[in-house]
Design a protein. Sequence first.
Length: 300
Amino acid sequence: MSEILWSSYADFYRRSPYGAFPQEHRRSPGQLPCQMILVEQGPHAFSDPELSETVLALPLAVPGRCRWGWRIGAHRQVQQAEPGRMLVVPADVESHWEVDGSRRILILSVPNATLRRLFGSHCPADIGQAFRSLSEATWADPLVEALMRQLWQGLEDEAPGQTRAFLADGLLTALLSQLLIRAGTRLEEQKDIALPPWRLRRVRHFVEARLGESITLDDLAEAAGLSRRHFARSFHQETGQTPHRWLMQRRLEAAQSLLRDTAEPISAIAERCGFSSQSHLTATMKAATGLTPHRLRFFS
């Protein structure tokens, strides 16, 4: 499952077997992107993919007895689910879950890029490791719980958009800071940035301008101004993805956007987004989303 090109944890949650559970999604309107999900979970045994997002899960209600078992990396744990006792799933690691009861759960997913934007040069180099201690057992934190609930409500408020944006950014900043404090992670300035933002911007601009063309690893490295080997290592360290996987995700996102917003033929969209053929686009999209281009366009 880790090789499927999910665009986000929320996208995975909608389109994976979790999609069978009643759920509501909200997205932050601020400068610090994050997504939240309120879901009525039933018993399940699922695996979550490796994604470059930190996920916080807060049970709000557990109507009966419910065992909550998980494996994150090499760590295994089984506990009784209790309202208010939450758990972090660190970024860039697969996780496996076995839940034998029902519960209402509130989920927050925060991309690595949001953490880097918030903390800048003080952001931990290994974001997953920074939160790892919060994945070993459930824990309660009244401040984190209050911030989670308020952030969820704030994403629905009818206040003017810019006011809501500032509120969401402020709540998320406080929440993430408290998580790092609880994890015992100190923020220290990182002297060496694997792939500085200006180099990554050059790569993005290069890809956007040539999305319909064949793009090699050497092309991406040249756009970044680095050697092939240095670029590949630095890119993965900075983004949590290989350059190839990242490029395929950019192509797929562009194709999905065109399918939703235009009536352009699917074959033309495939060519425009750099897929070798319509069948290549279809196979990639079906693996990533569970939908063919025809069905995605129909349901959009």
